[in-house]
Design a protein around this ligand. Structure first.
Ligand SMILES: [Zn+2]
Length: 383
């Protein structure tokens, strides 16, 4: 009975996304009726598929396996306890320098440690920017993904201290060391962060290769912040392509790594919207680039990557600070409070990257194209 129930839930969920998808496309087509009928045919086909599989032995086995798999996934968590909501919002946190003294673009090492501790205690867990925008969210059930970003490639993001005999050690107060130290103490707080760099990242150019390699080897990421920290508002096509391909070239001159994310200096886009596409991809003197995520300077959490209004080419960020003078009511501590009071809804993972789980009422905002081949699971929170 339970098996049947869980199967039904998944079928209902699939039907729901198909219906939702059709409502969305209906708005965008000249002849909505055609579109709806087409989708109904698809539904019929899906039902037929299920019936057909009863007739074939091979398919029967396959089906049993699938059922077992589904059963396992459904059993994995107690929905009423975990209350996953994968339509909720995600904080993409923006840091710059990690050093003294605290300022608008600088967080002290101790304050950065405090941020990590509080994020950890309140159930936030880092994921990579790529996993966020592609919806590959593997965050443990009941926890909330966050994305950590650092702009400008400050030396205090990754500083090496020279010791005797031409050796170096990592400065324990730089961002990389603090992140690693925290991850060592709390292995369930993944070592994920993106460092958005300009032409000469992290000072100490003689260690550039070593530093870039270290970051990537540890599973963290390097992002594009343009060669010259360029303001793109008045930039032309050539300027944009030169600035963006330059970072790809610099990184690839040092290590084999695909730079595929961009944080816009000053959060500035070209005034001419026709040029936006060159932020996404382009080429200059034989070096190509393609950005799967473009980050703004921002003030609020962004949407679930499965949300129909999520735009991976315009991602909001939040200042990671608690200094009111700089965050003005829209810093990361403010948003954590709004999540706690329920003024905003945060993303809560179901722990399964193959299923998108939302409480009833949220299924309408889930975009079929964005969840791709994942199953949508809708459940009712019992009072
Ligand atoms: Zn910057």
């Amino acid at each position: 009975m339970n098996k049947l129930k869980s199967k039904m839930i998944i079928i209902i969920a699939i039907m729901t996304i198909i219906t939702t998808g059709c409502n969305i496309s209906a708005i965008n087509t000249a002849n909505p009726k055609d579109n709806i009928e087409e989708n109904e045919d698809e539904n019929q086909e899906k039902e037929n598929d299920l019936e057909d599989s009863d007739k074939s032995e091979d398919k029967e086995d396959e089906k049993k396996d699938n059922e077992k798999e589904e059963e396992k996934q459904v059993k994995e968590i107690d929905l009423q306890k975990v209350k996953p909501n994968e339509a909720g919002q995600v904080m993409v946190l923006m840091y710059h320098s990690i050093g003294e003294p605290e300022g608008q673009f600088r967080r002290t090492p101790d304050n950065f440690r405090k941020d990590l501790k509080i994020l950890y205690e309140k159930g936030y867990r880092p994921i990579s920017l790529e996993d966020y925008v592609t919806g590959n969210i593997t965050t443990e059930a009941g926890y909330t993904p966050i994305v950590l970003t650092f702009d400008d490639g400050w030396q205090d993001n990754f500083n090496l201290i020279e010791t005797k005999n031409n050796k170096t050690k990592i400065d324990p107060d730089c961002a990389v060391a603090i992140l690693e130290e925290f991850n060592k103490k709390h292995p369930d707080f993944p070592l994920e962060a993106t460092f958005f760099v300009n032409m000469y990242p992290f000072g100490q150019q003689k260690y550039i290769k070593e530093k870039l390699k270290y970051i990537v080897d540890k599973g963290m990421d390097i992002g594009n912040h343009t060669i010259n920290h360029a303001n793109f508002s008045k930039a032309n096509i050539t300027k944009i392509q030169k600035e963006l391909s330059g970072i790809v070239k610099m990184v690839n001159n040092n290590i084999d790594y695909n730079v595929n994310t961009l944080s816009l200096p000053f959060g500035e886009r070209p005034d001419n919207k026709d040029l936006y596409k060159y932020l996404e991809s382009g080429e200059y003197e034989g070096t190509e680039y393609k950005n799967i995520a473009i980050l703004n300077v921002g003030w609020d959490p962004d949407k679930s990557p499965y949300h129909n209004k999520f735009n991976r080419h315009s991602i909001h960020r939040i200042r990671a600070s608690d200094l009111e003078k700089y965050v003005q009511g829209v810093g990361m501590y403010d948003w954590m409070k709004h999540f706690e009071t329920g003024a905003r809804t945060k993303y809560i993972s179901d722990g399964n990257s193959d299923i998108v789980t939302v409480p009833k009422g949220f299924e309408d905002v889930i975009d079929d194209d964005k969840i791709k081949n994942k199953n949508l699971r809708v459940y009712t929170i019992k009072k």
